[in-house]
Design a binder for this molecule. Sequence first.
Ligand SMILES: Nc1ncnc2c1ncn2[C@@H]1O[C@H](COP(=O)(O)OP(=O)(O)OP(=O)(O)O)[C@@H](O)[C@H]1O
Length: 484
Amino acid sequence: MPGKRATQYEMELVLRKVFGKHCFRPLQREVITATLEGEDVFLQAATSFGKSLCYQLPAVVDFGITIVVSPLLALMNNQVAALRKAKVRVETINSTTTATNKTSIIEDLRCGHPLTRLLYVTPEYCQLESFRRLLRIVHSQKELARIAIDEAHCISEWGHDFRPAFQQLSFFKAEFPGVPVICLTATATARVRDDIINTMGLDPAKMKTFRMTTSRPNLHYEVRFRSDEEDQYPGFLAWLKAVHARRTNDPERVSQLASLNQRLDSVSGIIYTLFRKDTESLAARLRSDGIGAKPYHAGLPHTDRSDALAGWVDSRRGYDIIVATTAFGMGIDKDNVRFVCHWQIPKSFEGFYQEAGRAGRDGKASICILYYGREDAERSAQLMSRDRARIPGKGADVAALQKQMDNRGVSLKKLVDYCEATNKCRHKMIAEYFNDEGNPPCDYACDWCKDAKALVMRKERGLAPMDIVATQREMGMYGVDEYE
Ligand SMILES: Nc1ncnc2c1ncn2[C@@H]1O[C@H](COP(=O)(O)OP(=O)(O)OP(=O)(O)O)[C@@H](O)[C@H]1O
């Protein structure tokens, strides 16, 4: 029966033997123990904290099946691939699952005693009555161990990535009140957290809430200023080539990389662009300059996307940099990503933090560059207005979607303030946004702490004057109609 009390010894053993980790990170043990004891759990912790282990390990130790609700295809496939490598019985039902595979997963559920330990599904799939019927069968056999809601901020219309289908997940508690739920996110303000707990029908007085710092001290945050007058590409390419050169000219690094069987020019990174068409042109431009780069966006054929993801995860030649829209972001885990670059200002503060958080997951120093131009901030606002205009006039989700747009507007404004600021540590600004307590460590790991004067000068030189941008906005020069 689910809810078995695993001993500390069993937990340690599975941690080492199945997941290949030597010890728990601070608080992982407490979170895992709480969920194994049948508590409902809310976990908020920095990107790369190791939140996934908090439901994956219980799924292996415990009886029964864990249903993992996950918002993105790339994220599901990334986690499933990692678990399969660890020989955990894991399945996913999404748009890429073959009919044969889907039939065998359904058969496994229908028998009531599934062999599958973890099943990754979308929130939309959880709305299907046929799937709910299968869950009832599994539950009747006392084999529904727990429900994990990954990227739980998608539940809240106050969150940056609201998906209406996430709100229907309240079904789980309503129908299976005794089955523990664990909600995980890196990005939730107090309001988003309350909304998640409320929407999921969890009892705040009974559940366990774990909230850790959002600080990522090994990430170096830098804003680079740009305007439409100037192409930022040559500067970026020169920077990347200098990184390669530093490796080549350092004999110690060369022998270290050789012993690890790694290429000198294998500097893994992600470049985020706002628009799909830019992913393809930028990746092609990098390739023509000898840099291995692949585009990734939701409009590409599935085979191209999975090839790009697999090649990048395996650090294959030609796949060093992924040039992506936000279809690639949340939760993607690769340990040695040395840089994340936002080619334009991202859509929201939370999106920026999430995407930047793909860097340095091995704990080593990594850089997060954000190219900020006032014209791009205007385009981003235009994009939001266009998205708002596309919300249908009628329907159950209209009010929630509109509220989400208001929140996106506030979040974008905060991100613009972050980019324009030349008077504060960037780690501190991020901590303040997420209402973290205390001062996050920086130790020169941001452009302001490193050289505040140079930052001011770069800003003066790099940005278009505000009055010119305002005039051009009035003239309708920042339209986004040509974009998909
Ligand atoms: N106890 C541990 N010891 C060593 N490595 C760990 C431990 N727990 C997790 N990790 C590793 O940390 C990395 C990040 O974990 P995970 O992907 O779960 O992060 P996350 O908290 O979900 O972050 P994000 O919110 O950015 O998706 C993974 O590569 C995982 O294998």
